[in-house]
Design a protein around this ligand. Sequence first.
Ligand code: SF4
Length: 340
Amino acid sequence: MPELLEVSDLVVRFPTPIGDCDAVRGVSFSVAAGERVGLVGESGSGKSVTAQAVMRLIAPPGRIAEGQVRWAGEDVLGYDRRSLQRWRGAQAAMVFQDPLSSLNPLVRIGRQITETLRQHLGLDARTATARAVELLTKVGIPDAAARLRDYPMVFSGGMRQRVAIAIAVSCSPRLVIADEPTTALDVTVQAQVLDLLDEMAAEAGTAIILISHDLGVVSSFCDRIVVMYAGRIVETGTTDQIIGDPRHPYTRALLDSIPRMSGVLPDRLPFIPGGPPAAGTRTPGCAFADRCALAVEHCREHDPALLPLTTHDRREAACHLVDGSLAHARSSDSGRRNTP
Ligand code: SF4
């Protein structure tokens, strides 16, 4: 599949009282047309910041300090305001964890949908309204024509997320980035919202980047998974490779922390001990070393690079012990030290 989105060596920097902090540190990945890619990692791993950078939504004083974002070969970071506006919505759209952050609470739902349709597709008012009713019906909003006059606050969390998905897919974008779209919803509604996203994307051949802290959710939805830790990618592979043969200790820990629904429930739900390094406090070696049961001295001194594990697909890992011994270490030393 040809690449639709290519992110290369992305660095996103935020000033802090103790100096600049790189929330995303040299991230590279790509998404092909129609592909579903999961970005997974704990809170603070840089996955949402990566998505915001792709959409050029990093709020100052944060900034994209290095790297490239290419869309079908075009330089997204070079788009002027007008090109960016045209690209967002028509080509690439985003669904947020809290739909209220993308819906205007003071504007009726109908107007929010029709404005998007009129701006990007040039529809007249009557056609845009008819399309809005069609979209709301499709995403499961009962009595859609009457609900066009409602304000976002009138809808439940699950219904608001349905409206946000309707707006995101309204112009048939080629990519939707869904950032924790189900985290704020209860479990039954979560499944419905993911099914809806699945259905809408399949119908239009839309590629999806699904961002989640939950490897279980991502594995049920995505073709490929990118695992992030402390602002970097630590493993990539197909969903089968990541779930069936995880090669990075952090990926294995994420898998182990998915609660099992069979057998006797443990007293305490599984979790990964410790926490990611605080922003701006990078150590010279592997950022996961303090939480990794396999860590050896070499890990604490040398930052492992993300290296291909195969020659024929995008299977990569950043770990000195990926082959079970330090034999891999020399080639996986990134040659650079983590800096705050
Ligand atoms: Fe663990 Fe070392 Fe691999 Fe880092 S490089 S994940 S510390 S084994």
